[in-house]
Design a protein around this ligand. Sequence first.
Ligand SMILES: [Zn+2]
Length: 202
Amino acid sequence: MQNIPEIENLIKLISKLPGLGPKSAKRIILKMINNRQELLKPMAQNLSEVFKNVVRCKICGTLKPNTIDCSYNNCEIVEKKYNKICVVENISDQWAIESSSIFQGYFHILGGTLSNNNSNREDLLINSLIERINKDDIEEVILATSATVEGQTTAFYIQDSLKKTDVKVSKLAQGLPVGGEIENLDDGTLISAFKNRKKLEA
Ligand SMILES: [Zn+2]
């Protein structure tokens, strides 16, 4: 793999993925090139389809096909009606909570934390969270941000922003390990953090 710009570029890109460095990027690319029909071709097609057809919802922050229109009343791609919203930083947090089965309700995905979004708070979809609470008859908002400084600062900011609604706001129990990111917690820890969540005083 010498001096082939297409390959060099691909190595640079794949090395940026979580958990991968240049060495594993090269192995991945070799594997794909050696399996043009089974891997390389469908991979290229699928990536381009995801790029064209999957977008982040501007209201709830989840990933959705861009053929589905989101509105405040019918934003979720779930058919059931719930009265709880769980606020998380990233979609990987939502997936971790879903696989623990501890929470039945809507999710609201901030897409980050306050400190790395200081320039534009609206990126965190907090105004649309307030709209959802009002229009979806939500009774409880559970803040499930990470036990990091950024996660806790964000939780405090959201709690403060929700004072203008009369929704009950609660936060996952303090048992979360400090620095614990939701997506990395095991099911047992998540379940007990949800069960022992604390109502925050307005
Ligand atoms: Zn949505």
